[in-house]
Write a protein that binds this ligand. Structure first.
Ligand SMILES: Cc1ncc(COP(=O)(O)O)c(C=O)c1O
Length: 340
C-alpha cells in the first residue's frame, strides 16, 4: 500500500496497455499519466527542481518561471505548491483550458502569449517573455526544460529502466519528441544496454524539430518550432512524422475501446502502428510511450465542433464511430455521426 505525504512521491511506472486487440499489432503502451500531475512531465519537473535545489540556484525566495505547453507547467505547479515556491508558467493560446485552470488551482500564475514567432509557432515568443522576466528581476529562476540535462536524465534514471525491466527482449521503442527529454534519456539508456534497441522518434507534421517546413500544429505536447537543443540525432535510428488528422483518428479509435489518451499518445501510436504495418511484427517486441491521458483534451481532440472547424466534416471515418450507434441512428434516419 503506497502511503505518501507529498504529491510527487507517487508515480505508477509499471503499467502497460497491450494494444493488439485495438490495432492488431503487438504493441505495448507505457502509461505515464498515472500520477498527481497527470503526465510524464512529473519526472522531468522533479529532477530539474531537485537539481536546482542541490546546486543552490533555487532558494525559498525564488520565483520559478518556465515556458510550457502545459504538462510541465502542471507538474511544476504541483511541486511548487508542495514545496512552497512561487511559480509563473508562460504558455500560449494552444494550451488547453483545463490545463491552465489546473495550474491556477494549484496556486500558480499563468501568462498566455498569443503572438506567433517567425517559425509560425509560439515558442520564440514564450522564450522572449521568459528571458525578459529573468533580466528584470533576479529572483526569477528559469529551469529551462529545453536545455536542462535534468530533463533527459529523469528518463535515463526512471522511464527507460522501467521499460527495460518489464521487456528484457525489447526490439523497438517509439518515443514522441517535444523537448526531446524523453527521447534522449531513453535513447542514451538503451545505447548503453546489453541489447540493441531500435529508437524511433515520433514528431508531428509541421514541427521543425528534425528539420522540414514549419506548419500549423494545434495539438500541444509534441513538435517544436525550433530544433530541440537537447536532441542528439546520432542516438536516433529513425524519425516518423504524423499528420494531426491521423493523431486524432488514432485517439478516437482507442477511446472507442475505453482508453482515453492525450493527443501525443495518438501521434506516437499512429506512428508505431504504421511502422509495424510496414516492417512486419513477427517476433518483434515493440513499446511506445503514452505521455498523458485524455481528460485535458475533452474540449479539443474529443470535441466534435473543434474537430469540424479545424479539420472538416469527414475526419472521423466509420472505424472511429461506434457501429451499434451508427445502426441505431440510421434506423431512425438521423445519419451516422455520433455526438460526443
Ligand atoms: C503530452 C506531451 N506529450 C509529449 C511531450 C514531449 O516530451 P518531451 O518534452 O520529453 O520530448 C510532452 C512535453 O511537454 C507532453 O506534454
Amino acid at each position: 500500500m503506497p502511503v505518501i505525504s507529498t504529491p510527487h512521491a507517487f508515480n505508477e511506472g509499471s503499467l502497460f496497455v497491450d494494444l493488439e486487440p485495438v490495432f492488431g499489432h503487438r504493441l505495448y503502451l507505457k502509461c505515464e499519466g498515472f500520477n498527481f500531475a497527470g503526465s510524464i512531465k512529473l519526472k522531468a519537473a522533479n529532477e530539474m527542481v531537485e537539481s536546482a535545489e542541490r546546486d543552490g540556484s533555487l532558494t525559498p525566495d525564488s520565483i520559478l518561471v518556465e515556458s510550457s505547453s502545459g504538462n510541465l507547467g502542471v507538474a511544476l505547479s504541483m511541486i511548487a505548491a508542495s514545496k512552497g515556491y512561487r511559480f509563473l508558467c508562460v504558455t500560449d493560446s494552444r494550451c488547453n483550458l483545463s490545463t491552465k485552470l489546473l495550474m491556477e488551482a494549484l496556486g500558480s500564475h499563468v501568462h498566455v502569449v498569443t503572438d506567433l514567432d517567425a517559425n509560425g509557432g509560439f515558442l520564440g515568443t514564450r522564450l522572449e517573455y521568459v528571458r525578459a522576466l529573468c533580466a528584470s528581476d533576479d529572483r526569477y529562476v528559469w529551469l529551462s526544460q529545453y536545455t536542462n540535462a535534468g530533463n533527459w536524465r529523469a528518463h535515463f534514471r526512471t522511464t527507460a529502466p522501467e521499460i527495460a525491466s518489464q521487456f528484457p527482449r525489447l526490439d523497438v521503442l517509439f518515443v514522441g519528441t517535444g523537448t526531446a527529454g524523453t527521447l534522449m534519456g531513453c535513447a542514451r539508456y538503451f545505447r548503453e544496454w546489453r541489447r540493441p534497441v531500435r529508437i524511433v522518434a515520433v514528431d508531428s507534421m509541421g514541427s521543425v524539430a528534425f528539420g522540414g517546413t514549419p506548419g500549423r500544429r494545434m495539438i500541444p505536447g509534441l513538435g517544436m518550432s525550433m530544433r530541440p537543443p537537447l536532441l542528439d540525432e546520432s542516438y536516433v535510428d529513425e524519425v516518423v512524422r504524423v499528420e494531426e488528422a491521423d493523431t486524432i483518428r488514432t485517439c478516437h479509435r482507442m477511446a472507442r475501446r475505453g482508453f482515453l489518451f492525450g493527443g501525443s499518445t495518438g501521434t506516437v501510436v499512429s506512428a508505431a502502428t504504421d511502422w509495424l504495418s510496414r516492417h512486419g511484427t513477427r517476433g518483434l517486441t515493440a513499446v511506445a510511450i503514452a505521455p498523458d491521458l485524455g481528460e485535458r483534451y475533452l474540449d479539443t481532440i474529443y470535441q466534435t465542433n473543434w474537430l469540424q472547424d479545424l479539420y472538416g466534416e469527414n475526419l472521423l471515418g466509420s472505424a472511429e464511430v461506434d457501429n451499434a450507434w451508427q445502426e441505431d441512428s440510421a434506423s431512425r434516419g438521423q445519419g451516422n455521426r455520433r455526438s460526443p
